[in-house]
Design a protein. Structure first.
Ligand code: GLA
Length: 386
């Protein structure tokens, strides 16, 4: 079986943001159906992940986790088989502490038996949380335990660590074998949350890369306040489609896994256009996985516009101009000198706009554009002789 787990940022759908505790077999099967029918699968989304609240409150007499028979009457193997029959992969959830965050049984001191159970069920992905961690045990060790168990359970299971960026996770997470790691607290369906999470990871991009991605949390694109959890729904207003576009562009540029959190059975056309933007996804999935760096753009509207640059495998550069300010139409401009291109070299950049899906021109020395409030411009820049 080919390994290569986490060679590029994982892509999929997770039940938590919209449905939290209210999950069941039918919903998950419908999500799998829709993943294929909507075209999401063709864009690279492959994992269908069940988050917290899937099990019974007690383990069985052999110390094994048991799926809640009311929510999942045919059990997890049945669901895994169904998801696999659609050409998709199946993800589940547990926690490094004694209980999950919603107080269901978790894997502390059951790491090896649980990894084997997940393997028997046909699980391909495990999100592993950080609640109810016993005091005095380093989290690092708990992730190393589950990492070891998963790597030896007889099945390729992608390890998605979720310790919210605590305990200097950046310095040890690669040692655990995790292919992705949550670096932030939980996202909310609000513009402020999106901005705060993204900015908290600026400057951290060199600490992630192929086989171990910085996960800024699941996407809220297309939720429009539709969560049955008040914290995530944040008042039920949600964001504008422009804000969702900027959110998706940020996560893509910053190499975050792209885990959809909305109800994919009822996506609007705007939501589909965002989640299925193949030009933006290609930046996220670039085989080299280099992190984006932030150009110092202070001076442009008091630093409200931030510019991210990500070198791509074929020599192109992904360039993102993000207007975090509320002011209508901020001018953003930067000299190519700041990216490493002196004008004396005789080159410029041919810019392809990844949201308009067209080449917008060739530019010498600098690029200048107006970016609306909360909007962004994502370009693929090709070096060309002038
Ligand atoms: C934590 C995680 C969330 C989600 C919930 C489930 O808060 O960060 O992503 O998994 O637990 O209870």
């Amino acid at each position: 079986m080919p390994k290569n787990l986490g060679r590029t940022p994982p892509m999929g759908w997770n039940s938590w943001n919209t449905f939290t505790w209210n999950i069941n077999e039918e919903l998950v099967m419908q999500a799998a159906d829709e993943m294929v029918a909507s075209g999401l699968k063709d864009c690279g989304y492959e994992y269908i992940v069940i988050d917290d609240c899937w099990s019974k409150k007690e383990r069985d007499e052999n110390g094994r986790l048991v799926a809640d028979p009311e929510k999942f009457p045919h059990g997890m193997k049945y669901l895994a088989d169904y998801i696999h029959s659609k050409g998709l992969k199946f993800g589940m959830y547990s926690c490094s502490g004694t209980h999950t965050c919603a107080a269901y049984p978790a894997s502390f001191e059951h790491e090896f038996v649980d990894a084997n159970t997940f393997a028997e069920w046909g699980v391909d992905f495990l999100k592993y949380d950080y609640c109810f961690k016993p005091k005095g045990i380093p989290g690092e060790l708990l992730y190393k335990r589950m990492g070891m168990a998963l790597r030896n359970c007889g099945r390729d299971i992608l390890f998605s660590a979720c310790n919210w960026g605590q305990d200097d996770v950046y310095s040890w997470i690669k040692e655990t074998g995790a292919q992705m790691f949550r670096s932030t607290g939980d996202i909310q369906d609000s513009w402020n949350s999106i901005v705060n999470l993204a900015k908290s990871q600026f400057g951290r991009q060199s600490q992630q890369g192929v086989y171990c991605w910085n996960d800024i949390d699941m996407l809220v694109v297309g939720m429009h306040g539709g969560s049955n959890n008040d914290f995530i729904g944040d008042g039920g207003f949600g964001c504008t489609d422009t804000e969702y576009k900027t959110h998706f562009s940020l996560w893509a540029m910053m190499n975050s896994p792209l885990m959809i959190g909305c109800d994919i059975r009822s996506m609007t056309d705007a939501t589909k256009e965002i989640l299925m933007n193949k030009d933006v996804i290609a930046i996220n999935q670039d085989p080299e996985g280099r992190g984006a760096y932030v150009l110092d753009s202070s001076g442009w509207d008091n630093g409200q516009v931030k510019i991210l640059i990500k070198p791509l495998e074929n020599g192109d550069y992904a360039i993102g101009l993000f207007n975090f300010g509320d002011k209508f139409g901020s001018r953003a401009s930067f000299p190519f000198w700041d990216m490493g291109l002196p004008s004396s070299a005789g080159y410029g950049f041919e810019m392809y706009d990844c949201w308009k899906h067209e080449t917008i021109g060739t530019f010498a020395e600098r690029f200048t554009a107006d970016v609306e409030a909360h909007d962004c411009l994502i370009m693929r820049a090709k070096l060309v002789k002038l």
